[in-house]
Design a protein around this ligand. Structure first.
Ligand code: NAD
Length: 496
């Protein structure tokens, strides 16, 4: 049985806690690896290693740090396939989707390669007579990231790319369900020339997370995961005086107005509802069908489901893979029973799919019509391939529904009416909005984040907001009465 160990100070570090977790190939249901689960002492050692590396990394010139970020970009680019294969092997998503995840992750490294521009401060000459005022941004020190199972490459990159480019050192605690990709990332960063101790990985569960939250040397915590844990992380980190951003779960609505192109809306609902088996925080989980569009839309979605190719993610023919664990698959499937018991119409039950009865953690694409806000399948984040359809009579009713939901990650509208789309943009309470785009994940040079129960904290993740998150501002006011400090140097000016 292969063992996945921690990665600290530029090398693999076997666990000493005596505790390990099981890791499965979701496509076969077989246990393929064990992962070390860190103790409080092991987390402390990782943080202290990152702490020791921090002064040197911070003092490394921006020119050199940037050179290393470019090298990181090059090495990651050259290993896209290995990273994607590691994702598919333990998360289960199909390879093409995993390649998409890696690409969207590398976007953050692209952004980080432009960090000198982001870190540049402002300068006001002669703010007072002979006095100049200027602002700079400095790294925080050791920062930590705690990540979910559903994007084992991309979400760590959302965090560490800018964190280290800004001059911090990083401790990653990835999901214990699919930890392989994080170790591969760590090795690639070392290969790219990142100094030892700048990027470290400790595997673990609540014990490791709590140790990070309590550690006095950890200055900031980025978290992405479910809403109850996000709230906990936010509260505990804030109590410990840390800077914290904690992104939580979601219930993303796709409002389809009567004038929408039905085929385009149905394609979008199927792609965004069942891609990655619904295990995306930006997946569409509720289609809100307004007025007369409901019947043709439901028919169009239903007709597409038998054609979805569900299978092992490593098979290039597969479009949708299994869920991450058997326990999660069974919980997702249980919403089909509760939906039926609570008055919904289960039009397609994924348990009828042939793969459901095989060894892996498969569930076929499932569709529930006539869903109401009282049903469990509407109230909970299912995080699986179960799409709900809520029928409403008007745009206003749709907006009331979306805005009454406690989550506010993404929301989309499908329409040909620019005025309706403009009104939706203005009124909807969500952090990321799509107009005829079902999964509006911002590009790497914007920032990502939801509203309400989808994000606890003040700043969104990656992009410009993460540069603020990972640095502290300092403003200087200076006077130089003695100007005689110059010397002659005819060499071409270089960065040192
Ligand atoms: P999770 O909350 O179970 O786990 C996330 C991380 O928290 C993991 O590293 C895990 O080890 C740790 N953790 C789990 N239980 C803990 C506890 N009791 N105390 C302390 N730490 C704990 O989430 P998941 O199942 O891995 O991921 C799926 C969830 O993540 C979904 O809710 C999804 O919507 C959300 N998510 C949100 C975003 C976003 O950007 N908002 C992105 C991806 C995933």
């Amino acid at each position: 049985m292969d063992l996945i160990t921690h990665y600290v100070g530029g090398k693999s570090v076997p666990g000493e806690s005596g505790r390990r977790g099981d890791v499965f190939n979701p496509a076969t249901g077989e246990k393929t690896h064990e992962v070390d689960l860190a103790s409080i002492e092991e987390v402390d050692r990782a943080v202290r290693t990152a702490r020791s590396a921090a002064p040197g990394w911070r003092a490394t010139s921006l020119a050199r740090r940037n050179e290393i970020m470019f090298s990181v970009r090059q090495v990651l680019d050259a290993h896209r396939s290995e990273l994607a294969a590691a994702v598919t092997a333990q998360h289960g998503k199909v390879l093409s989707d995993a390649m998409g995840e890696v690409a969207r992750g590398i976007e953050n490294v692209d952004f980080a390669c432009g960090i000198p521009n982001q870190l540049a401060g402002r300068y006001s000459e002669q703010a007072s007579t002979g006095v100049d005022v200027y602002s700079i941004r400095q790294p925080l020190g050791v920062v930590a990231g705690i990540t979910p199972f559903n994007f084992p490459v991309m979400v760590p990159m959302w965090m560490f790319a800018n964190a280290i480019a800004c001059g911090n050192t990083f401790v990653l605690k990835p999901s214990e369900k699919d930890p392989l990709a994080s170790v591969l990332l760590a090795e690639l960063l070392s290969d790219a020339g990142l100094p030892d101790g700048v990027f470290n990985v400790v595997h673990g569960d609540k014990v490791a997370v709590d140790a990070i939250l309590a550690h006095p040397e950890v200055a900031a915590v980025s978290f992405v995961g479910s809403t109850p844990i996000a709230r906990y992380i936010y509260e505990e980190a804030a109590k410990a005086g840390k800077r914290v951003q904690a992104l939580g779960g979601a219930k993303n609505h796709m409002v389809v107005l009567p004038d929408a192109d039905v085929d385009m809306a149905a394609d979008a609902a199927v792609s965004a509802g069942y891609g990655s088996a619904g295990e995306r925080c930006m997946a569409i989980s509720v289609v809100v069908a307004v007025g007369r569009v409901a019947d043709p839309l439901v028919e169009a979605i239903t007709s597409r489901l038998p054609n979805l190719r569900i299978g092992d993610g490593s098979d290039p023919a597969s479009e949708m893979g299994p869920l991450v664990t058997r326990e999660h698959r069974d919980k997702v499937a249980s919403y089909l029973d509760s939906a039926r018991d609570q008055g919904g119409t289960v039009l397609v039950d994924g348990r009828q799919h042939e793969r459901y009865r095989e060894g892996g953690f498969f569930l076929g694409a499932s569709l529930v019509d006539h869903v109401t806000t009282e049903m469990d399948c509407y109230r909970d984040e299912i995080f699986g391939p179960v799409l709900s359809v809520v029928r409403v009579d008007s745009y206003d009713e749709a907006m009331e529904l979306v805005n009454s939901n406690p989550w506010g990650n993404g929301a989309a509208i499908f329409t040909r009416d620019g005025g309706a789309a403009r009104r939706f943009q203005f009124e909807v309470e969500a952090g990321m909005v799509g107009v005829n785009v079902p999964i509006p994940v911002p590009v790497g040079y914007f920032s990502f984040g939801g509203w309400k129960h989808s994000l606890f904290g003040d700043t969104h993740i990656y992009g410009p907001e993460s540069v603020s998150f990972y640095t502290r501002g300092k403003v200087l006011t200076s006077r130089w009465p003695d100007p005689s400090t110059s010397s002659i140097d005819l060499g071409f000016p270089r960065n040192h």
